[in-house]
Design a protein around this ligand. Structure first.
Ligand SMILES: *Cc1c(COP(=O)(O)O)cnc(C)c1O
Length: 391
């Protein structure tokens, strides 16, 4: 079936190259989990998870059991980490498909333990990753709550703490102070874990910002002091985008940014071009009024496809290798480009919403800046009805 021409092209080879690059800047024995949650940041799990595995990823990170079940069907051999934990009733499915849950709430551990016991799992045969709250106040056991949480991991418990995980909340702040405090807090937690006689294998911390900033080696050293191995969990960089650092970009990040290849290009095609006289109003509420005789191109893309409504009258897209301003409000399913200054635009012309055309590029960060958000949100808001095709 043919479809409305509003689609995303995914360069799976670029994703593979990005994964290998990230692996190359990780310290020797550090593991690099490929974060593919939220449909691979809107890039399509079914295209990206197998590509990451082809590039050598042994671990995939998703948010939920639903996403993990999909990832398992695509990648039978990969380890799959459920980064936002299981919900009631999901333990059995997680076990059956060999998924590895991050857990911190007592009820999550109860759920997994009950599921493991109900299938007669051997002691220590079901790995979980215990999350520690080292300062983000979101997920994780607080270091003070740890002794109670650890008490359940007796020798006969089918659950085993395979990994200790934490999330760094300000790895994109150049001074690194928050991260130092978080690692000090993690150290305290590891003292308690060791005191409980437990020896987890993985120390999982750090996402794109930590890895691109060349800090994988420090994390690997930190892990080694506890006879653990470091695992980093990059997401955004896997898709070719580097996080923005504040207040300034470290040189390691600037260098890494040059090496990353954007994976996603979002395209559409001109439906038709019309000439309007000076004074014509364009779109809802006449938010744009033609200042002169103009030529306007209609596009089949709107905010229901993820084109942020705030970009109306304040952003440009690419057609015939040139930037053309969006005029008037973005509608749910449609948008209008001013092509007065661009010769020859006609129905069927390809328009790049995000990506490169000729010498011009519009990045996810450009979209984010114009809409007052971050590239993560730009990617994940591209609508489900926009089909993803591998190129
Ligand atoms: C999303 C996520 C990541 C990936 O973060 P990026 O900044 O996209 O690299 C890593 N760890 C956890 C726990 C996450 O939720």
């Amino acid at each position: 079936m043919t479809m409305r021409p509003c689609w995303v092209e995914i360069a799976t080879q670029s994703l593979e190259d990005n994964y290998r690059f990230l692996l190359s800047i990780a310290a020797g024995d550090a593991e690099v989990l490929a974060t593919v949650k939220a449909d691979a940041y809107g890039h399509s799990l079914s295209l990206c998870a197998p590509a990451a595995v082809r590039a050598g990823a042994r671990w995939l990170g998703v948010t939920s059991v639903e996403e993990a079940v999909e990832a398992r069907a695509l990648c039978p051999q990969a380890r799959i980490l459920i980064m936002s934990g299981c919900f009631p009733g999901e333990g059995a499915a997680a076990l059956q498909r060999r998924l590895t849950a991050v857990a911190w709430e007592p009820w999550q551990l109860d759920e997994l333990e009950a599921a493991a016991r109900s299938v007669g799992a051997q002691p220590g045969s079901v790995p979980i990753h215990l999350e520690i709250d080292t300062g983000m106040s979101r997920q994780g056991v607080s270091p003070d709550g740890l002794p109670a949480a650890l008490a359940r991991f007796t020798a006969e418990n089918p659950l085993r703490i395979e990994g200790v995980l934490t999330h760094l909340y300000a790895a994109d702040e150049t001074d690194g102070r928050a991260t130092q405090e978080q690692l000090a807090c993690l150290d305290e937690a590891l003292i308690r874990i060791a005191a409980a006689g437990l020896q987890p294998e993985w120390l999982s911390a750090g996402a794109s910002a930590t890895l691109l900033n060349g800090e994988a080696a420090a994390l690997a050293n930190f892990a080694r002091r506890w006879a653990m191995k470091a695992m980093l969990r990059p997401g955004l960089s896997l898709y070719g985008v580097a996080p923005k650092f504040e207040p300034n970009e470290p040189s390691a990040v600037a260098a890494a940014r040059q090496r990353l290849k954007p994976v996603l290009t979002w395209k559409t095609r001109v439906v038709g071009v019309r000439a309007v006289p000076a004074g014509a109003v364009v779109g809802y509420n006449g938010a744009f009024v033609a200042t002169e005789p103009m030529r306007l191109a209609l596009l089949p893309v709107g905010y229901a496809d993820g084109l942020d409504r705030r970009l109306g009258n304040r952003f440009s897209l690419l057609v015939r290798g040139q930037r053309a301003p969006l005029v008037g409000r973005i509608s749910m399913d449609l948008a209008v480009l001013d092509v007065t200054e661009i010769d020859g635009v006609r129905a069927g012309d390809e328009v790049v919403i995000l990506g490169s055309q000729g010498a011009e590029t519009i990045s996810a960060s450009d979209h984010a800046d114009a809409a007052g958000t971050i590239p993560w949100e730009v990617f994940t808001r591209i609508g489900a009805r926009v089909r993803r095709v591998a190129v």
